[in-house]
Design a protein around this ligand. Sequence first.
Ligand SMILES: Cc1cc2nc3c(=O)[nH]c(=O)nc-3n(C[C@H](O)[C@H](O)[C@H](O)COP(=O)(O)OP(=O)(O)OC[C@H]3O[C@@H](n4cnc5c(N)ncnc54)[C@H](O)[C@@H]3O)c2cc1C
Length: 145
Amino acid sequence: MPLSVETVKPERPLRVSDIEAWDLEADVVVVGLGGAGVCAALEAGRVGAEVLVLEAASAGGGTTALAGGQIYLGGGTSVQEACGFEDDAEEMYKYLVAAAGDNADKDKIRVYCETSVEHFNWLVEQGLSFRSEFVDRKLPMLGQQ
Ligand SMILES: Cc1cc2nc3c(=O)[nH]c(=O)nc-3n(C[C@H](O)[C@H](O)[C@H](O)COP(=O)(O)OP(=O)(O)OC[C@H]3O[C@@H](n4cnc5c(N)ncnc54)[C@H](O)[C@@H]3O)c2cc1C
C-alpha cells in the first residue's frame, strides 16, 4: 500500500511490511515522553542501549506534568523509616488491595509492592528528593480547597 497523507492515520499502526524505509533506527524506541517514557529511556540508556524518544506534542511531560506529584511508595522506604513507621511489602500489599477493591489486578499490585523500595531508591538516584517528614493532616487534592 503506498504511504500518503490519506493512508497514514496516526491512530492506526502500520504493518511493518508496509514500511518502505526507516528514517531512524535505535536499540530502543520510546514512544511518548511522559513519566513512563522517561523512566524507560533512562533505564535503557543506563544499560548501554541507543535510545530514541519520539514525542507527539511540542514538548515532553504529558499527563505527568499535570500530576499532583503524589506517589504511593511504601514497603519500608527510608522516608518511612526516618518517620518511625514500620512497613513491608506484605503490609503495603494488604493496604493497596483493600483500597483498590475487588476488581484490582492483585498480581500487579504484588509486583508493585515487592519492588516499591527499589523504585523509591531508583527515583532518589535520578535526583528526586523526598522530605523525610510526616504530614499529619489531610492534603488537598487538585481542584479541592
Ligand atoms: C490533574 C492530574 C493530576 C494527577 N495527579 C496524580 C498524582 O498525584 N499521583 C499519581 O500517581 N497520578 C496522578 N495523575 C495521573 C498520572 O499523571 C498519570 O497516570 C501518569 O502521568 C501517566 O504517565 P504516562 O507516562 O503513562 O503518560 P503521560 O505522562 O501522559 O505521557 C504520555 C506521552 O506520550 C505522548 N504520546 C501519546 N501518543 C503518542 C504518539 N502516538 N507518538 C508520540 N508520543 C505520543 C503524549 O504526548 C505524552 O507526552 C494525575 C493526572 C492528572 C490529569
